[in-house]
Design a protein around this ligand. Structure first.
Ligand code: G16
Length: 543
């Protein structure tokens, strides 16, 4: 096999976002685009000579071809070995686990997560460090710097690796080990949870529906829920992964997982419903007749984590992204443990988990996880919920009602304005930033601003500082609104508006969230001029 050195030049737009580089699939398929980025990852991490990497993805369109390019480039760059999921498949949490289990020098994960797949949809690629977590900003900055000066990449000429057969082969000097994507992950889950209790729950007639959304979690959920835990056949629906996720949008929220919502809100609903996203790191939790917001789910899991053997000794601390509701803060306060507030992006939890400061982490964007891996983990969250339900022998609705009665309820909603012209979105944020000093004490309807600032994070472990992480406006009532631009979109800009209000009166804890948040929604528009800047009269997605 011949090693080729191909001349190239920098390609614009290769700056990693919230979680790696996400682009339209056709952009990734363009001349040298993937190769430039892969070489820049290798250059940005100091080369891959003699290194071992995990490689896998969510199986979306272009996954299979891109993996072959990555393997040929790893071999030509002198890597010692690549451990690859069979047929190129690994869920994001399974990849994180494999990196840690095998002690590799990190891994490359091919995914655009919850974004749709297909030749006219989205593709993505990210590098995870040896701790199994998404590369922190210091590393992605070096990768980005490499994309701007790249002038050549190295690639092997030759046949594709056989990724369908388990076992070891060679690609020139590099070993290619094909592993079953589910086995190691499933074994890890068994060490964390009380599988006997969950088995007994299912044996007692407990019914569940897990919507894998035609994405990567299907095989994992089928093996664990139906195979090991004895859930009825057919518990997992849409369980066969497809390159375009069955033409759907693999984002587990009430809009895109509408079928599941309808089932859970309908007559004869199962006891428990859940869904996961394209690459298996997000989750949605829904009980019979009740949707649980990701922020509430994090709080509930933190309050009751000791149901699971892995957390029986208690939590070291918890962490949430800044726009996530403060529901978990009050749980942490009661438990007497630390609660960290980080910028959006799972990569910011890595140091806290590595340093043993936090055990559980979560985000409003349907992500929850723990120190068992360094990614959020959809199926893990579902299993922890099942473990809690098995222990408490109560319903999701009753669990949430008891939780709110004890801790108060944070009404919460996110409004997304998608595909806004980038200039207009930037103008809105610039104007908002400029208005910040004058906001305190201003009244908006019944609300008065108590404080307003732009979030910056000082990492307590490595001392690094991340600025410009979202604009937050707090009201004297205890409510707040946060504005930020998404870092995962592939067209235009997405304005995210996070709305939250705290309710401690039990008589007012069971209202519709949009109704409860109406004054804050009105204030958000008045403060940021959303209609004025975007021309939009309503959000595209309300979750
Ligand atoms: C990624 C990140 C998350 C983040 C989410 C949304 O999730 O890992 O930490 O909360 O994007 O980010 P943004 O608001 O910038 O779009 P995923 O599931 O897409 O990998």
């Amino acid at each position: 096999m011949q090693k080729l050195t191909i001349q190239t030049s920098p390609i614009d737009g290769q700056k990693p976002g919230t979680s790696g580089l996400r682009k339209k699939t056709r952009v990734f398929m363009g001349p040298h685009f993937l190769e430039n980025y892969v070489q820049s990852i290798f250059d940005g991490i100091g080369g891959v000579v003699d290194k071992r990497l995990v490689v896998g993805g969510d199986g979306r369109y272009f996954n299979a071809q891109a993996i072959q390019v990555i393997l040929r480039m790893a071999a030509a760059n002198g890597a010692a070995a690549c451990i690859v999921g069979q047929n190129g498949i690994l869920s994001t949490p399974a990849a994180s686990h494999l990196i840690r289990l095998r002690g590799t020098d990190g891994g490359l994960i091919l995914s655009a997560s919850h974004n749709p797949g297909g030749i006219d949809a989205d593709f993505g690629l990210k590098y995870n460090t040896p701790n199994g977590g998404p590369a922190p900003e210091g590393v992605t900055d070096r990768i980005y710097a490499a994309t701007k000066i790249i002038h050549e990449y190295r690639i092997l000429e030759g046949a594709d690796a056989d990724l369908g057969t388990l076992g070891k082969t060679r690609m020139d000097q590099m070993e290619v080990e094909v592993v079953d994507p589910v086995t190691d992950y499933a074994a890890l889950m068994e060490t964390l949870f009380d599988f006997n209790a969950i088995r007994a729950l299912f044996a007692s007639g407990f019914r569940m529906r897990f919507d894998a959304m035609h994405a990567v979690t299907g095989p994992y959920a089928t093996a664990i829920l139906e195979g090991t835990l004895g859930a009825a056949k057919g518990t997992v629906v849409n369980g066969t992964p497809s390159p375009d996720f069955g033409g759907g949008h693999p984002d587990p929220n009430p809009i895109w997982a509408k079928d599941l919502m309808d089932t859970m809100m309908g007559p004869d609903a199962p006891d428990f419903g859940a869904a996961s996203d394209g690459d298996g790191d997000r989750n949605m939790i829904v009980g019979r007749g009740i949707y649980v917001t990701p922020s509430d789910s994090l709080a509930l899991l933190a309050a009751r984590a000791t149901a699971a053997p892995a957390y029986r000794g208690g939590l070291k601390g918890v962490a949430r992204s800044m726009p996530t509701s403060g529901a978990v803060d009050r749980v942490a306060e009661k438990l007497g443990i630390a609660c960290y507030e980080t910028p959006t992006g799972w990569k910011f939890f890595g140091n806290l988990l590595d340093a043993g400061r936090a055990t559980l982490c979560g985000e409003e964007s349907a992500g929850t996880g723990s120190d068992h891996v360094r990614e959020k983990d959809g199926l893990w969250a579902v299993l922890l919920w099942l473990n809690i339900l098995a222990q408490t022998k109560t319903s999701v609705a009753d669990l949430m009602a008891a939780h709110w009665a004890e801790f108060g309820r944070n009404y919460y909603s996110r409004h997304d304005y998608e595909d806004v012209e980038t200039d207009k979105a930037n103008a809105l944020i610039t104007a908002l930033r400029a208005a910040l000093p004058g906001l305190p004490r201003q009244a908006f309807g019944p609300l008065t601003v108590s404080s307003a600032d732009e979030f910056a994070y000082d990492d307590p472990v490595d001392g690094s500082r991340s600025e410009g992480q979202g604009i937050r406006v707090n009201f004297t009532s205890g409510g707040r609104v946060v504005f930020r631009l998404s870092g995962t979109g592939t067209v235009g800009a997405t304005l995210r508006v996070y709305l939250e209000d705290v309710e401690t009166d039990p008589a007012r804890m069971h209202r519709d969230a949009q109704e409860a948040l109406a004054p804050i929604i009105a204030a958000a528009d008045a403060i940021a001029g959303i209609r004025k800047y975007t021309g939009r009269t309503a959000p595209d997605v309300i979750s």
